[in-house]
Design a binder for this molecule. Structure first.
Ligand SMILES: *Cc1c(COP(=O)(O)O)cnc(C)c1O
Length: 392
């Protein structure tokens, strides 16, 4: 099997599992208990918090553990909406956010909030002038993703942070695809809130965190016990948190070298696809993109058929995002970068891990070439196109 869907989820690292194991089998204590048996799990949770804060240049008490990226996004957005409603009810985001962000904003719109959805350019980058123009006296939050989960484009986060700060508006970034992949310093980038999820960087599923700068007062999303400094109720997911801490440590040990290696393998894939498969295009920014992301469109091809045929060759890939697979609507991200429905339907996302090799990419390209040729051979649209071209 060749797994090229690392934007959907990643493999748990054995070292991460080993770090979690004692907290599943031996010390199952609730870290909030007073007896000494609970001390070990409390210490382990504190350590994970320190590790995460450390890599962000944040303070440990600015890290709140959650059940993953979706919860962190919901909390940041709904929590700020509620807490700052007296200042205003306007918020700004983009048309290419993950559904955890987009659907949260749509829910708020039904409840008296106003949301501006910024357009993006053909590469998937927002325009800073658009952002500046969208800010109003009653704007309370800007939420713009760090890097897009479909096309891999990295947004101009530093510039966005500077604009948010200049106007005194809070800045949240969904960094689920970027955290532990890109180096992020929250102070330098003026980020006030940041969402991340462990299973996107070889940690366990169902655990993540929200970084919330001290002084930001997002209301709690989950009410109950006084865990996470009374901001997020629920008994701590100790094994998950410990695993996430370990995964962060591993990811940051060789971040730059790993990215360089992955980008070289990815570029080999991109170059071969564009050179050898006619009527193919790369979606997303050529250079300002995640080092593991390649997203293509193949004209006259149905993405879903492509996926099924790749699966028969043992290749795991995705078209659009995992959440929308199964629906017939083309990706909102591909439409936002200006692709017409017909072309957006023929999309393929291949997201690598550090385990991905040049040989695997060669196998993938060879398989793709054959599949694309076969599918086009069955396409009446392609037949018409070829016929018309001959007549011209
Ligand atoms: C995966 C993903 C999420 C959701 O994270 P979960 O931990 O799966 O809830 C949110 N935003 C982006 C950009 C993602 O890629």
């Amino acid at each position: 099997m060749i797994y090229l869907d690392n934007a959907a989820t990643t493999a748990l690292k054995p070292e991460v599992f080993e770090a979690m194991k004692p907290f599943l089998l031996e010390n199952y204590s609730n870290p909030n208990s007073v007896y000494s048996f609970a001390q070990e799990s409390k210490t382990a949770v504190d350590q994970a918090r320190e590790i995460i804060a450390g890599v962000l240049g944040a303070k440990a008490n600015e890290i709140y553990f959650t059940a993953g990226g979706s919860e962190s996004d919901n909390w940041a957005i709904k929590g700020c909406a509620k807490a700052y409603a007296s200042k205003g009810r306007h918020m700004i985001t983009t048309k290419i956010e993950h559904h955890a962000v987009l659907h949260t904003f749509e829910d708020l719109e039904k409840n008296g909030y106003e949301v501006t959805y910024l357009d993006v350019d053909e590469n998937g980058c927002i325009r800073l002038e658009d952002l500046e123009q969208a800010i109003r006296p009653d704007t309370i939050l800007i939420s713009i993703m760090y890097a897009n989960n479909e096309i891999g484009t990295i947004e101009p986060i530093r510039e966005i942070g500077a604009i948010a700060k200049k106007h005194g508006v809070l800045f949240h970034t969904d960094a689920v695809q970027a955290f532990a992949h890109e180096p992020i310093q929250v102070d330098e980038l003026h980020i006030d809130l940041l969402s991340a999820s462990a299973h996107k960087f070889h940690g366990p599923k169902g655990v993540g965190f929200l970084y919330m700068r001290n002084g930001v007062k997002a209301s709690p999303l989950i009410h109950g016990g006084a865990q996470e400094r009374a901001k997020r109720a629920g008994t701590s997911n100790v094994p998950g948190i410990v695993g996430m801490g370990k995964a962060v440590q591993i990811a940051f040990a060789d971040l730059a070298a790993r990215n360089e290696k992955m980008a070289a393998v990815r570029d080999h894939l991109i170059t071969r696809v564009l050179d050898e498969i006619p009527f193919s295009r790369l979606n997303g920014h050529r250079t300002k993109r995640l080092s593991n992301n390649a997203n293509f469109c193949f004209r006259f091809i149905e993405g879903e058929s492509l996926l099924m045929m790749l699966d028969q060759k043992g290749i795991c890939a995705s078209s659009g995002s995992a959440c929308t697979s199964g629906s017939l609507d083309p990706s909102h991200v591909l439409l936002a970068i200006g692709l017409v429905h017909e072309i957006a339907h023929g999309s393929l996302r291949l997201t690598l891990s550090e385990e991905s090799t040049m040989e695997e990419m060669d196998y993938v390209v060879d398989s793709l070439k054959a599949i694309v040729e076969r599918l086009r051979g069955m396409s009446p649209l392609y037949e018409d196109f070829v016929k018309n071209q001959k007549e011209v």
